[in-house]
Design a protein around this ligand. Structure first.
Ligand code: FMN
Length: 411
């Protein structure tokens, strides 16, 4: 077994464990994958400034949101079609989240039923992610089922009016239901452990789009695929939040925002939180890095609602950077899925533990013994004027000091 020391090690191991089309579905981004890269570049280019000689004999990386204690300041982001990686992937990820003491967000496009995820992780903090498709009754049913299963927050994803162009998937002929070409058959045959598991669990279906047991005949895979790809409701607007409010009385978050004005709109329309996200670089390839978009959005909403952020988090230090800028928490998407591909629930848990340890070590190095002690002073440097030629993003936070993101990490 390879020595897996960091998320990138898990990623490489996942690449070996999965057929290429499955790995590329998880790993890939939209079009030229510039946004995917931009997320990483911006995080890597942002230095952290330590404060020394502070008592860090006890460091607590826990945080709290919506009345719940999280053992670490991150949650698992919603991942659709994770069942391609392993049967029951959603339940396994929820189990890992429960063991790590962090929330799990179940995708509308999950392959495990809402109720089965709850049964697999009875003590986990579970949130439900919602895509609103053309037929609003589908969304209404999902919200009702999530509430009945004790899901605690609803996360409305708004950055997918249409799916991003994922060229890796197109090159593999990847689609739902899967169309097997000689190339994909060979690829799968080279991964017998994955194939055996899939044979045991069956082809993943969009379990939450199937009718309830007593609701009538099952929907074919073709219909499900059509439902999910064509049928996002493009008439959805900010006013639609009022419709959701009537269905859901718990915390309602809006995921996929990148602009300060949208952050204000979310606040005005009664959102209880926002997730600054570019969908991990899978939607608008020209979108900004989330860590670069974050400060202006935080300044727009102040401390009135929690602001979470995702896209490109691969190290505990990335999470600390987001917290230091003022985010309440981060979401991690691909990282735990790489762990899942390597070693099921245990692999996902190992990645969560790794991220927690890295977060704790980074905070200790910064001299911060609690999340609330992190602040913008940890991410701000006074950069001499002559060094600002390579600036790709410079935001001026409310208190007036420029925060500088150089185009390249300091040489
Ligand atoms: C394979 C895959 C499937 C995803 N499916 C969904 C989804 O169903 N709903 C959603 O809101 N976001 C979805 N996302 C986006 C994630 O929730 C999250 O925003 C993103 O993965 C964060 O970036 P990271 O993977 O770099 O951590 C998906 C991401 C990936 C990689």
């Amino acid at each position: 077994m390879a020595l897996l020391l960091n998320v990138e090690d898990y990623r490489r191991q996942a690449r070996r464990a999965l057929p290429r089309l499955v790995f590329d579905y998880i790993d890939g981004g939209a079009e030229d994958e510039r946004c995917l890269q931009r997320n990483r570049d911006a995080l890597e280019a942002l230095p952290l400034i330590s404060e020394c000689l502070r008592d860090t004999s006890k460091v607590d990386i826990g945080t709290g949101l919506f009345g719940r204690r999280w053992r670490a300041p991150f949650a698992i982001a919603p991942i659709g079609l994770a069942g391609l990686v392993r049967p029951r992937a959603d339940a396994l990820l929820a189990g890992a989240a429960q063991a790590a003491g962090v929330p799990f967000i179940l995708s509308t496009a999950s392959n495990t039923r809402i109720e089965d995820v709850r049964n697999a992780a009875p003590d986990a903090t579970l949130w439900m992610q919602l895509y609103v498709m053309g037929e609003r009754a589908i969304a209404e049913r999902i919200v009702r089922r999530a509430r009945n299963a004790g899901f605690e927050a609803l996360v409305l994803t708004v950055d997918v009016p249409v799916s991003g162009l994922r060229e890796r998937d197109l090159r593999h002929g990847f689609r739902v239901p899967m169309r097997l070409t000689p190339g994909t058959v060979l690829d799968m045959a080279r991964h017998p452990a994955w194939l055996l598991r899939l044979a045991g669990g069956g082809m993943p279906q969009f379990a939450n789009l199937l009718p309830d047991e007593d609701d009538g005949a099952p929907v074919s895979a073709q219909t499900q695929a059509a439902l999910l790809s064509r049928a996002m409701d493009r008439t959805l607007t900010w006013e639609s939040l009022g419709w959701l409010r009537k269905l859901w009385d718990g915390p309602l978050l809006v995921k996929g925002l990148l602009g300060a004005e949208d952050a204000r709109r979310a606040l005005r329309h009664g959102a209880d939180g926002i997730v600054v996200s570019n969908h991990g670089g899978r939607q608008l390839d020209a979108a900004p890095a989330t860590i670069a978009a974050l400060p202006a959005m935080l300044d727009a909403v102040g401390s009135r609602i929690p602001v979470l952020v995702d896209s490109g988090m691969r190290r505990g230090s990335d999470i600390v950077k987001a917290l230091a800028l003022g985010a309440s928490a981060a979401l991690v998407g691909r990282a735990p899925v790489y762990g899942l591909a390597c070693d099921g629930e245990q692999g996902a848990l190992s990645v969560l533990q790794l991220l927690a340890q890295e977060t704790e070590r980074t905070m200790t190095l910064l001299g911060a013994s609690r999340v609330s002690e992190l602040g913008r002073r940890h991410v701000e440097m006074q950069v001499p004027r002559s060094h600002t030629e390579h600036v790709v993003h410079a935001s001026v936070p409310a208190h007036g000091k420029a925060s500088i993101y150089p185009a390249h990490a300091a040489a």
